[in-house]
Design a protein around this ligand. Structure first.
Ligand SMILES: *[C@@H]1O[C@H](CO)[C@@H](O)[C@H](O)[C@H]1NC(C)=O
Ligand SMILES: *[C@@H]1O[C@H](CO)[C@@H](O)[C@H](O)[C@H]1NC(C)=O
Ligand SMILES: *[C@@H]1O[C@H](CO)[C@@H](O)[C@H](O)[C@H]1NC(C)=O
Length: 163
């Protein structure tokens, strides 16, 4: 066997090993993501981050679950957890209100959205109601991201319901 041929064979063996190695690590990374996305247990937290001891009223729901009405005192949170189904069709939304500020908001707190899952670090979606709006904790980057403005109440609160 010529030395060129020998080198060529060595190169091919090495290239094959490298390719096998990189495809193995790529597919295991994908497997990890899919496991996180489809089978992990997610927690949703709603935190009263309002100032001056203001009460945060919340009412969260999914198609199957009504999590009830809660008045959160300042600094406290309401949280629940669930397993995502394979296609992540899980959808939760919340109505929130600061009665003393005469404002409210309604939005999805959990839905199929990889950008959301990233911010939740694939585990904890932390919504924080503050005086100027509603924030989502960006866990990987460690800051609270502004997401929704409060809407001013236009009718007595007793008439607001979650649709
Ligand atoms: C294969 O990957 C491992 C870890 O990912 C690394 O330590 C090793 O050096 C790699 N081998 C080759 C031949 O690239
Ligand atoms: C929350 O507070 C409002 C206004 O004070 C009250 O009408 C309502 O019954 C309270 N709900 C719960 C679940 O405590
Ligand atoms: C609120 O609801 C009450 C009864 O449920 C009704 O009488 C009243 O007109 C409503 N107010 C507004 C502003 O829609």
């Amino acid at each position: 066997m010529s030395s060129f041929c020998g080198n060529m064979i060595l190169f091919l063996v090495f290239a094959t090993l490298m390719a096998a190695n990189s495809s193995t690590s790529t597919s295991s990374a994908l497997t990890e993501d899919r496991r996180n996305m489809f089978f992990s247990t997610f927690h949703v937290h709603v935190v009263n981050g309002l100032s001056s001891n203001k009460i945060l009223f919340i009412h969260c729901k999914s198609a199957d679950d009504d999590l009830g009405e809660h008045n959160l005192t300042a600094g406290n949170e309401f949280q629940w957890k669930f397993k995502t189904n394979f296609f992540v069709t899980t959808l939760f939304w919340c109505f929130m209100a600061s009665r003393s500020d005469h404002v409210h908001a309604k939005f999805n707190v959990f839905e199929m959205d990889e950008a959301l899952f990233y911010r939740c670090n694939w585990k904890h979606c932390i919504w924080i109601a503050k005086d100027d709006g509603i924030y989502l904790r960006n866990i990987p980057q460690n800051y609270d991201e502004f997401r929704y403005k409060w809407q001013r109440d236009v009718a007595p609160l007793a008439n607001f319901t979650i649709v």
